[in-house]
Design a protein around this ligand. Sequence first.
Ligand code: NPQ
Ligand code: MG
Length: 381
Amino acid sequence: MTTLAAHRTNVAVVKLSAVELRRISLPLVAPFRTSFGTEVTKDALLIRAISPDGDGWGECVAMDEPLYSYEYVDAAQDVVRRFLLPRLFAAGEVSAGQVAQLLSAVKGHPMAKAALEMAILDAELRQAGQSLATFFGATRDRVPSGVSVGIMDSVPQLLDTVGGYLDAGYLRIKLKIEPGWDVEPVRAVRERFGDDLLLQVDANTAYTLGDARQLAKLDPFDLLLIEQPLPEDDVRGHAELAKRIKTPVCLDESVTSARAAADVIALGACQIINVKPGRVGGYLEARRIAAIAAANGVPVWCGGMLETGIGRGANAALAACPEFTLPGDVSASDRFYARDVTPPFVLEGGHIRVPSGPGVGPEVLPDVLDEVTVSVETIRP
Ligand code: NPQ
Ligand code: MG
């Protein structure tokens, strides 16, 4: 198993001379509505690991408000500054594979920890001249691209939007749903675009087990999956729901670690897993989850958190690993952003190209970065 050995192996060590915490704000091309709220801008925390042997970038996917999970970007910056960085600085030289262990005394905050590990990993891979895809044992140089479609004001508006994405070449459509916006939009999209369309839905925890009969009304539409219908901690509810509906249950929010992944699989709470590096504490844990799921015959796909090009490129590398057998939410940059901090990822026949240069993600464009920067904090040992 060269892929599993690979992420236990240090490709280099990183001597941290400083860490830059940079907040950026990117306008979305259109509002993105989910069952938990409507986003119009993306506020991200970027982390630059500064070392004498070269820098590395990490991206924290925490939202500006604690709506997807309890994390939010101000809290992430606070925990990085006050509790995480002192532990990394105290360790002296670090390798990405040591970061989770060094930070393990601090409970929770997986997105903050993931961003730090990613910055170290990027610096390490750049030193070694290796791409994340190579480090991971990825087997593809491009990945099929799916798109997440927000809740709309009307069905005609939804059909227009989905039609536009299909014209652009997206290979799979995910509809955001909530009570009052579920069967009707799914039926309309199926009728308009046909039975061959790869179609799935994501509820972001908006239902309860009491809604099982309503969710069973989605059964006739041959969906690939329903993502996270019930609350994050309702593992038993998902196991029960999975028995009551035909649509395969996929978990996102509930899968907070490799152990949680093994548990939800063992308990029959899901048939498919959405892997998101930020949610599980980093790319290394995400890679392990993919291996665990595959070993249990559970298909995985790579989720998305509206990443800038930095995280988008890294997600493409993860999605290029052999365990990823379903199209992910790795969309083209222009799905969300007119201007990004890296050269844009574009659709090529419905696929996104996996970065092949050294490091976790592509090169950052310094001029754009400065233009979208809201604040910069530099922390030294
Ligand atoms: C999901 N993502 O799969 C998430 C939810 C999500 C692409 O559907 C800002 C930052 C806004 C992160 C909106 C997709 C967000 C966000 C939605 C994540 O559940
Ligand atoms: Mg989701």
